[in-house]
Design a binder for this molecule. Structure first.
Ligand code: BGC
Length: 749
């Protein structure tokens, strides 16, 4: 990627409006140098500090929203380049509606705002090319004008106020030059955020005060489009929430985010689309809906907004509850991949928490093509490390570094959260087989590994210091998610081993033999330290599900110890009544660890569990996304009293990886699925069929199995150039090469 030099933007400079208003429009009128018939092409290069919508002659330049998204603004600001030839007229207006967005708006759970700057600013350069070779350049400078618009205010957390009477506000004055940006302007290469779907209400009703409530039937991320006609100056207010409590919006989980849009009517026919904000919601409360308006169900629509990624992976099976669980994982991704991977989309966070994506990346990479998307985010990981002496911050982009007092989140290296710098690139390499990611990230990956090495004790373990550990262990009190049963040293050392081993493999791929052997030695030392310090008489220190799940799945134990760990894990799972007694650290690996040690029946019972804590309990409660807590909603319909109670957190959705690989039978045996391991757990959890598919770079892989009348059938589509290694019980010559294969085996005998 080549970043443009300042000359490529010349003579454009950042400009802003000299006002406290965070939502001005900046514009000018353009008169063509030649007749319109002489126009050959026109191209607009543009971006903003804040968010920006560009219009030519009143028409949007792109369907991308919330441009330019959020990056480590101190160093990196993406710009767009759009072909605008079709929008050019002999005389036209060029308009940029600004909003504060991540740059100047509210951001983070400590009530901060304006972290990167107090005023939004735009830079743009329009290049018009004529048939005779003449070039006309229109660039932002201090001759441009600004005005207030119908967007009275906008904030990602709090919502947008739109006054439709103010669409033709007069010019307020000239803009001023904003400081040149230290951030490097670079092209936007990842799929932009767009409107990806619309949903109509499935139910609407009125509460005792006459206020309308609307249920869209799906917890989603976006905004509500409202259409209304008449009554100039009348106000309609839309509040959003993910859940109801006693038939009212449950607003407490949003914490300080107001999530409220306000629309003031023009008197004509108005369509409100608050595109400079974003909400995570399933329900909306609409105040001010008059009886004279059209019926509310026909007038409000949920517009789903998110990074417009290609869906590549699918899974369905014979159990509708598991299918719903899988759907919920997909919705969790759609709502939280908004230019960057976030923890949640609704409360005063929506931040790039590194631990969440560290565990979810393999699942994400199967469901959608997230290669460019996560590669882009990893660049910010590397930048933030550079700004932090190699340390991976808890959040990327890191806003905590701008706090005077870090409170309970000290600037420390942490397992899982910090390991994102290694685990996410590895997940991409495994899923897509494109070495670009390892080449680009190896310095960042190594920097994290080196810092962990320095934190190891003389005994070779990573103990002490600040850790999130098995964050949100279901046994931890609602107000203290840090208090997990798993020893933080056990968790951290297991993760350190995995990180070192992954670094060794990455170095192998990059043919860096010296680094590979060094990391291999470190991995071995961490493994030795783990076993020496934490494994005693078939028990692992702190003796809870998470420590066994990690030790088994990461390969920390020798065969005999692993078998014993599997037995102990199975016993603990049995003792808990087959519930999920793990937090962020252990949950992604629990079913895999049980299955690998021969306890797939236990894994099946845990997966099918519907009592708290379990994956299917939320499904029985009508969940349409993955919840942050196993019991974000309690059985009586009330909301968990904890401060962290989101209904849209993808981390626990990492279980979908198990569905794809183990239940479905599509696991990568070589990077990019050049070789595929097809060993589905036919009949797992009483299922009679499962179908899984994935679009790989080579083509489509599909595995379908069915159990019917004593006959198992396995259909496998292998794309060109790939091989499938099939479970030996299928009695076939393996590996299978490209083509459609149908295998059967008799189970009645
Ligand atoms: C976020 C999590 C995150 C955690 C770490 C929470 O507020 O929502 O998903 O990883 O903090 O402390």
């Amino acid at each position: 990627m080549t970043a443009l030099t300042p000359d490529d933007w010349a003579p454009a400079s950042f400009v802003s409006a000299p006002t406290d208003l965070l939502t001005p429009a900046i514009s000018r009128t353009v008169v063509l140098d030649r007749p319109l018939s002489a126009l050959r092409s026109a191209s607009l290069r543009w971006t903003a500090r804040g968010i920006v919508e560009a219009r030519i002659g009143g028409l949007p330049v792109t369907d991308a929203l919330l441009v330019p998204g959020w990056t480590a603004y101190e160093r990196r600001l993406r710009y767009r380049e759009d072909d605008v030839t079709a929008l050019i007229a002999a005389i036209f207006s060029l308009d940029f509606q600004l909003g504060p967005g991540w740059y100047s708006g509210r951001l983070g759970f400590r009530g901060q705002s304006g972290i990167y700057g107090s005023r939004p600013a735009v830079i743009a350069r329009l290049e018009i090319l004529y048939a005779d070779g003449h070039r006309q350049i229109i660039a932002t400078d201090d001759t441009w004008e600004w005005r207030a618009t119908g967007v009275v205010s906008a904030d990602l957390y709090d919502g947008q106020v739109t006054d439709a009477r103010r669409s033709a506000t007069p010019v307020a004055g000239r803009v001023v030059g904003a400081e040149p940006d230290a951030a490097i302007l670079e092209p936007h290469l990842t799929p932009p955020v767009r409107r990806t779907q619309t949903i109509c209400p499935v139910r609407s009703w009125r509460d005792e005060d006459g206020t309308h409530l609307v249920d869209f039937g799906q917890n989603l991320v976006g905004f509500v489009r409202v259409e209304a006609a008449g009554v100039e100056g009348h106000t309609i207010t839309v509040r959003h929430a993910e859940a109801l409590e006693s038939e009212k919006l449950a607003l407490r989980p949003l914490r300080s985010a107001r999530a409220t849009d306000t629309h003031v009517l023009s008197g004509g026919h108005d369509v409100f689309e608050p595109t400079m904000t974003l909400h995570g919601f399933r329900y909306a409360e609409v105040e001010g809906w008059l009886d004279s308006f059209a019926p509310i169900e026909q007038s409000v629509t949920a517009v789903i907004v998110g990074s417009d990624l290609d869906r590549i992976g699918h899974f369905t099976c014979s159990d509708p509850a598991l299918n719903r669980l899988h759907e919920n994982v997909v919705w969790g991704l759609r709502g939280n991949f908004v230019y960057l991977p976030t923890d949640c989309p609704q409360r005063d966070e929506r931040l790039g928490w590194t631990g969440d994506i560290a565990v979810f990346a393999p699942t994400a990479a199967f469901l959608f093509d997230v290669h460019e998307f996560l590669l882009d985010w990893l660049r910010d990981v590397a930048i933030e490390q550079e700004l932090n002496g190699g340390r991976v911050p808890h959040l990327v982009p890191d806003i905590l570094k701008h706090l005077d007092d870090p409170g309970d989140l000290p600037a420390a290296d942490t397992a899982i959260w910090g390991d994102a710098a290694v685990w996410v690139p590895w997940a991409l390499w495994t899923a897509y087989g494109d070495v670009t990611v390892l080449r680009a990230q190896f310095t960042s990956m190594t920097a994290h590994g080196e810092r962990v090495v320095r934190l190891l004790s003389p005994e070779g373990v990573w103990a002490g210091g600040f850790q999130f550990g098995d964050w949100l262990d279901p046994m931890a009190p609602p107000d203290d998610p840090f208090r997990s049963r798993a020893d933080t040293g056990v968790v951290a050392t297991a993760c350190a081993f995995r990180t070192f081993a992954t670094l060794a493999e990455a170095a192998d791929v990059l043919s860096d033999e010296i680094a590979a052997s060094r990391w291999r030695l470190r991995a071995q030392a961490a493994r030795d330290g783990f076993r020496r310090m934490y494994v005693r008489d078939d028990r692992i220190l702190s003796d809870c599900e998470t420590v066994y799940a990690l030790a088994i799945s990461f390969g920390l134990l020798d065969d005999a110890d692993e078998a014993a760990a599997g037995r102990r894990l199975a016993a603990l799972v049995e003792a808990s009544g087959f519930r999920v007694m793990t937090g962020f650290a252990g949950t992604p690996y629990l079913l895999e660890a049980l299955t690998r040690t021969g306890y797939s029946d236990h894994a099946a019972r845990v997966l099918l569990q519907t009592e708290i804590p379990s994956w299917l309990y939320p499904v029985t409660m009508g969940a349409t996304t993955i919840w942050e807590r196993w019991d974000s909603m309690l059985p009586d319909g009330s909301i968990n009293p904890g401060e962290m109670t989101s209904f849209n957190h993808y981390a626990f959705g990492a279980v979908a990886d198990f569905l794809h690989q183990r239940v479905g039978g599509i696991a990568p045996a070589a990077p990019g699925y050049a070789e595929i391991e097809v060993k589905p757990l036919v009949g797992f959890a009483g299922l009679t069929r499962a179908e899984t598919s994935l679009e790989t770079a080579r083509g489509r892989v599909r595995v379908r199995w069915e159990q019917l009348d004593g006959l198992d059938t396995l259909e496998i589509d292998v794309p060109d150039g790939a091989f499938a290694h099939v479970d030996a019980t299928w009695d076939t010559k393996t590996p299978l090469s490209a083509g459609v294969h149908v295998l059967t085996r008799n189970t009645s005998a």
